[in-house]
Design a protein around this ligand. Structure first.
Ligand code: P6P
Length: 357
């Protein structure tokens, strides 16, 4: 490898020393994910030239129409995880139930992978950045076949989490609980190379990402936060900038680099929020917290939520710590629905909403 370039594989091996108990299994698992990401990247990059765009006429458990690339990406990650031998269960957005990887090679596998193989795929047809989001747990059960209980673990139990963004360049960003590092795919050598070491999200950003088309159905606290973002205030660099791509990985990645907040609250069509806890909210929360940011459902830390079911959804407020804290403050004051005059008076007293309607 030319001097100065550190590949994902080299980095993983180098960091293996961070886990004295590790015997290389997690390293191999991350390698398997990197390989699948390169294969998916190849197809995403030529989508439009080959017959891999559009719907396949089926819907997943979420009721979302499945795109050819959704299914292709899902197959690639499951295949890589199956043959890699380190994973015993895959929980995928694209599959109703958990997938047991039980073969000779994975007989003693101890890792669980929760994955959204291609998030934002509805944007594929218009060439908008999409991504893969993954979360890795160690199984809790110690004998026999791993079970659902091994999957339904709190986000605090994650041993690793990451995402791949298939954008103007393809990047893999991940954490094992010791900071966040970003790797950019160099197509000329087919390797992810360390390009963003020790990523930190600015404590205060000026970008807010939310689908304001759902405004009328937002909790009052969210409405007040949006208005707070739009009020002129030089000292706090407001009004903020609104940026919403409609692809979580793209919005979160931009906010991770520039600072900002991504919010998907409860709406009329998504009374529990739209994003899924196990393979979207938890991994992104782990990454953003490791980068110095904050992740909550508007009140409680995402990583502390006790999962009850596989495809459980939750509201998410994710990004720069100061911005999430302010949004939580307004959610606390206004609650999910109540729009009490007392809260309004308190906000005025605190001079938080001077000029708010
Ligand atoms: P809406 C994509 O379907 C996704 O899961 C996220 O990537 C994205 O941020 C969100 O949903 C977009 O949802 O309702 O604003 O179109």
């Amino acid at each position: 490898m030319s001097c100065g370039v550190k590949t994902l594989g080299q980095f993983i091996i180098e960091k293996q020393a961070d886990f004295p108990y590790a015997k290389g299994e997690l390293s191999r698992l991350l390698r398997d994910i990197g390989i699948a990401a390169k294969i998916v990247n190849r197809e995403v990059n030529k989508a439009g030239l080959v017959d891999i765009l559009g719907d396949i006429g089926t819907t997943n458990i979420q009721g979302e129409s499945q795109k050819k690339l959704d299914v292709y990406a899902n197959e690639q990650f499951i295949s890589a995880l199956s043959s890699g031998g380190e994973c015993c269960i895959v929980a995928s957005e694209e599959n109703d139930d958990i997938i047991y990887i039980d073969s000779a090679v994975s007989h003693n596998a101890k890792y669980i992978v929760c994955i959204d193989p291609l998030d934002g795929s509805s944007n594929i047809d218009c060439n908008v950045a999409v991504g893969t989001i993954f979360s890795i747990y160690r199984r809790k059960s110690t004998e026999g076949k791993a079970v659902m209980d091994d999957v339904l673990q709190k986000g605090t139990a994650q041993v690793a989490a990451g995402y791949v963004i298939y954008g103007s360049s393809t990047m893999l960003v991940y954490t094992t609980g010791k900071g966040v590092n970003g790797f950019t795919l160099d197509p000329s050598i087919g390797e992810f190379c360390l390009s963003h070491p020790e990523m930190k999200i600015p404590a205060h950003g000026t970008i807010y990402s939310i689908n304001e088309g759902n405004y009328v159905h937002f909790p009052t606290g969210v409405k007040k936060y949006i208005k707070y973002c739009q009020v002129e205030d030089v000292e706090s660099r407001r009004p903020y900038t609104s940026r919403y791509i409609g692809s979580m990985v793209a919005d979160v990645h931009r906010n991770l680099i520039k600072g900002g907040i991504y919010i998907y609250p409860t709406t009329a069509s998504s009374p529990n929020g739209k994003l899924r806890l196990l393979y979207e909210c938890n991994p992104m929360a782990f990454i953003v917290e490791q980068a110095g940011g904050k992740a909550s459902d508007g009140r409680n830390r995402i990583l502390e939520i006790e999962p009850a079911e596989l495809h459980q959804r939750c509201p998410i407020f994710l990004g720069s710590a100061d911005m999430v804290a302010k949004a939580e403050e307004l959610m606390q004051l206004y609650g999910a629905q109540a729009d009490s005059q007392a809260a309004e008076d308190k906000l005025r007293d605190l001079n938080i909403i001077g000029g708010l309607d």
